[in-house]
Design a binder for this molecule. Structure first.
Ligand code: SF4
Length: 410
């Protein structure tokens, strides 16, 4: 019997939650349904993303279908998996998007898909959805399309005319991992598609000679997703791959998706470390690389096994390994040095630089800027405060380490 639209929506929004390319996917799991509170981060169907102007927006996050002719070992939707399958028609996706938008549930659409019939056929259907939303229904909301790298360049280019953001999954951190767990995918094709997309985004961003205007093409840029923990690559390898992707393809974002073993699977892959904390630390390290002036080598050299410290955030772990660089005088230090102080974000540093033009700053000023004094005190000098030898204490690491918790037996 054919499944109803509602049943298919339940299946295809649930299947899409494994896609990490939205802001809420990287957060911790919370669900209030048992406690009687409000809200949950575990539900599927609606996710959040940041629009080019920095606003956080809600998106209908679904797959066009979870049927797939490929058999990537890490994917719940692979052809050999026994999950319940469903498929929308393009008209149904268009109708759902418009109805949800009119009811103010969403401000846009995040659309991904398993591969049906062929890469081009699937991509054609996805492009058609975006095209008809824009040209027939005059839909002005945000659209993020997950592109299929093996699809023809013509289709990916057309997608950029209608989508705000395009993403092409790099899948795994190494070519060897892709060869082993997703043998139908070619790393060279993935990189070629990313490179072509970058060229097109840059070309269209140039003002034309006739109109002097920039043409609209994927204005929110391109992003990618990497599965973490499926292939044994260490954090140094993962972050090194991300750095190359940022540099070579102008990506706006690399999303890290912790691999979870798939139940009832003959191909279950080994889990390397507690996956969600690892995913969280990778996002923090990625942030240090992009916005705080750290090299990947500096972030990952603290441990001999190439992994990030799961107990401490990567900046704090780096500071504890480089105590000779502290304490930092917040009234004199350069911006680059302030950015390396644990507990200082980019906004804090901006606030320090502008406030100290008028007076010498004290710990109270840091508190007003939202800084956790417990975290920064060993690392800074300011008016009325010096940590003396606090930064050299042998038990400093223990002071920051999370308290051991009794694990649940259930
Ligand atoms: S092609 Fe995509 S949907 Fe299909 S099995 Fe691979 S990762 Fe999953």
């Amino acid at each position: 019997m054919k499944k109803s639209l509602k049943e298919r929506l339940a299946i295809l929004s649930d299947a899409a939650k494994y896609d990490a390319s939205c802001a809420s996917s990287g957060t911790t799991k919370r669900d209030s349904s048992a406690s009687g509170g409000l809200g949950s981060t575990e539900g599927s169907g609606i996710c959040h993303a940041y629009a080019p102007d920095g606003r956080c927006i809600s998106l209908l996050k679904i797959l066009l279908t979870n049927f797939c002719i490929y058999d990537c070992a890490y994917c719940i939707n692979r052809s050999s998996s026994n999950v319940e399958r469903a498929r929308f028609t393009p008209e149904e996706v268009i109708w759902l998007t418009l109805e949800f938008y009119r009811r103010n549930y969403i401000e846009g659409l995040f659309l991904s898909s398993g591969i049906i019939r062929s890469s081009d056929h699937t991509m054609e259907e996805m492009v058609r959805i975006a095209r008809e939303l824009r040209t027939i229904h005059n839909f002005r909301g945000y659209i993020h399309l997950k592109s299929i790298p093996e699809a023809s360049g013509r289709l990916i280019e057309e997608a950029g005319l209608y989508a705000d953001r395009l993403s092409i999954n790099i899948e795994l951190p190494t070519d060897a991992g892709i060869g082993r767990f997703a043998p139908e995918k070619q790393p060279d094709n993935i990189r070629r598609s990313m490179g072509n997309l970058r060229l097109k985004i840059e070309e269209m961003a140039e003002p034309t000679l006739q109109t002097k205007r920039r043409r609209k093409f994927a204005p929110a840029g391109q992003s990618t997703q990497m599965i973490v923990g499926a292939d044994g690559a260490d954090d140094a390898t993962i972050l090194g791959t991300s750095a190359r992707l940022y540099g070579s393809y102008g990506l706006k974002r690399v999303y890290y998706s912790a691999f979870s073993p798939i139940p009832d699977s003959s191909k279950t892959l080994p889990l390397i470390k507690p996956p969600l904390m690892r995913e969280h630390r990778l996002y923090q390290a990625d942030w240090l690389y992009r916005f705080y002036g750290f090299d990947i080598g500096e972030i990952t050299s603290g441990q001999s096994d190439g992994m990030l410290d799961l107990d401490l955030d990567p900046k704090l772990a780096w500071a504890l390994g480089h105590r000779d660089r502290f304490p930092v005088d917040i009234n004199r230090a350069e911006k680059e040095t302030l950015l390396r102080v644990p507990g200082f974000g980019t906004k804090t540093v901006k606030g320090i630089l502008s406030s100290r033009r008028f007076r010498r700053l004290r710990l109270d000023d840091l508190k007003r800027l939202g800084v956790s004094l417990r975290k920064v005190q060993p690392f800074v000098v300011c008016e009325g405060w010096t940590p003396h030898r606090l930064v050299d204490r042998s038990d400093l690491r223990a002071m920051f380490q999370p308290k051991p918790e009794q694990l649940s037996l259930l």
